[in-house]
Design a protein around this ligand. Structure first.
Ligand SMILES: Cc1cc2nc3c(=O)[nH]c(=O)nc-3n(C[C@H](O)[C@H](O)[C@H](O)COP(=O)(O)O)c2cc1C
Length: 195
């Protein structure tokens, strides 16, 4: 069995984002396991706020590109910041665009197509004591509703301001193992689902 390709992205575009840094760590660990990794930066996709009137004039090219990328990867790792006990508007807006059916389109007429059957590992990072864990408790049912398999292992990096060294590596070994556990489980499950 070949190692499945992995999509990694963070729900933040902030330059010094802890979740973007965590996504780098996850991507490096997956590559070390032999996975082919696509590391997305959501800042590279010019997506307006979702609006059905706007969509009726044509789905933005960035949304179609994201549908293609999501669909092409059997395993994903999402690094979710926590805003007000939930995930970010950026993440929601991205998922809303990617899950919205393109009317009359032979390829993207189904909204769940980019999501169905994907194995998703969830990570979060926050300067707070809970590490953004509550964002994951909201994100998991949303993804399940879109027919993703949410990996049961999750990891929330608390006190993220002290967690990375100057090179972006995690300082504490237990944190590194927490990320690795999620990456490994997502790849493991996706590999079996592919078979
Ligand atoms: C509007 C807003 C709400 C926030 N709410 C929470 C929260 O509920 N829990 C938490 O741990 N951090 C909260 N934070 C702090 C974020 O965890 C912090 O800004 C973090 O750095 C965001 O992730 P990023 O570094 O990947 O951009 C909030 C930040 C903002 C701007």
């Amino acid at each position: 069995m070949t190692t499945p390709s992995l999509l990694v992205f963070a729900g933040s575009t902030r330059a010094q984002s802890f979740n973007r840094r965590l996504a780098h760590v996850a991507a490096d660990l997956a590559r070390a396991q032999g996975a082919q990794v696509t590391h997305l930066e959501l800042a590279d996709f010019d997506l307006p706020l979702y609006n059905a009137d706007l969509e009726a004039r044509g789905t933005p090219a960035a949304a179609i590109r994201l549908k293609e990328i999501f669909h092409a990867h059997p395993a994903w790792v999402i690094c979710s910041p926590e805003y007000n006990g939930s995930y970010t508007g950026l993440l929601k807006n991205t998922i809303d665009w990617v899950s919205s059916p393109v009317k009359g389109d032979a390829t993207w007429g189904s909204g769940t197509k980019p999501f169905a059957g994907k194995v998703v590992g969830l990570l979060s990072a926050s300067p707070g004591a809970l590490g953004g864990l509550r964002s994951l408790s909201h994100l998991a049912p949303l993804l399940s509703n879109l027919q993703c398999w949410v990996a049961p292992k999750q990891f929330a990096l608390s006190k993220a301001g002290d967690a990375f060294d100057a090179s972006g590596h995690l300082v504490a070994e237990p944190a590194r193992q927490g990320v690795q556990g999620v990456v490994e489980q997502a790849l493991w499950a996706a590999q079996r689902f592919q078979g």
